[in-house]
Design a protein around this ligand. Structure first.
Ligand code: F6R
Length: 243
């Protein structure tokens, strides 16, 4: 696509079509959602479709990929707050259907929290459509290089490059949490359909490696080559290094 706006409009149209198809069958639509700068224009478009075209989210259940750890849900940088501001507070979704890993979970309860998160996804019938961004190091969710295809929702350590990339949200890098709770690569690969979005020149090298390189745990997004319904929705700048 020419730019993020056009790419986001395409991704939003795919999501809206799925929501409406499920509505027509009286079924729930289970979406996996991402945060960060990439999906902001997608969420803006979904909000527009809700306000101007009557797109309803009453049948939608969401599971976010990740959350910093530890973090309070109302902290400025928390992904709970991000999702409320960008999407949930602006549409007619039942907020009890919105799931995000809990950054306030006591350390000793994290394993249980993570397996309960996996179970909730399974109980909802699995993710119908997973939205992803991509880190400049190829991470998806907070599955940093080295994460295996078998990983599930878990507590993980952020790399310094990810902490640096995300430090703009914090006063300085030392404030960026060192840990996060993230769905695993295995969790992501179970989604029925996946849309990965990337905009801008900083993503061009990793888009090339993910699409045209070998599938390797060194570039987590390249592991998506093992899924049979993945679409990379990218702008011209992010596509610049594809051959
Ligand atoms: C966020 C997430 C991350 C981001 C990635 C890109 O929920 O899972 O993998 O998608 O770090 O971030 P942005 O979009 O800010 O470039």
């Amino acid at each position: 696509f020419t730019d993020a706006k056009e790419g986001s409009a395409y991704a939003a149209s795919q999501i809206a079509a799925l929501i409406r198809e499920k509505q027509s069958k009286n079924e729930k639509c289970v979406l996996g959602l991402a945060t960060g700068s990439t999906p902001k224009s997608l969420y803006a478009e979904l909000v527009r479709m809700h306000k101007e075209e009557g797109l309803s989210f009453k049948n939608v259940i969401t599971f976010n990929l990740d959350e910093y750890y530890p973090i309070e849900p109302d902290a400025i940088q928390s992904y709970h707050r991000f999702m409320k501001q960008q999407l949930f507070d602006k549409i007619d979704i039942d907020q009890s259907n919105c799931h995000i890993p809990d950054g306030t979970t006591a350390k000793e309860n994290i394993k249980q929290h993570c397996s309960a998160y996996e179970q909730k996804i399974a109980d909802a019938g699995g993710v119908d459509l997973q939205v992803l961004g991509i880190g400049v190091n190829g991470h998806i969710g907070f599955n940093e290089p080295g994460s295996s295809v078998y990983t599930k929702t878990r507590l993980t350590t952020l790399t310094n490059s990810t902490r640096l990339a995300n430090s703009y949200e914090f006063a300085n890098i030392s404030e960026v949490p060192r840990l996060a709770i993230t769905m695993g690569i295995g969790t992501i690969l179970k989604a029925k359909k996946i849309i990965l979005m990337a905009w801008g020149p900083t993503k061009a090298p990793v888009i090339q490696q993910s699409v045209e390189g070998d599938d390797t745990e060194h570039v987590p997004a390249s592991l998506l080559q093992n899924h049979d319904d993945v679409t990379f929705v990218i702008d011209e700048m992010a596509a610049a290094e594809l051959t």
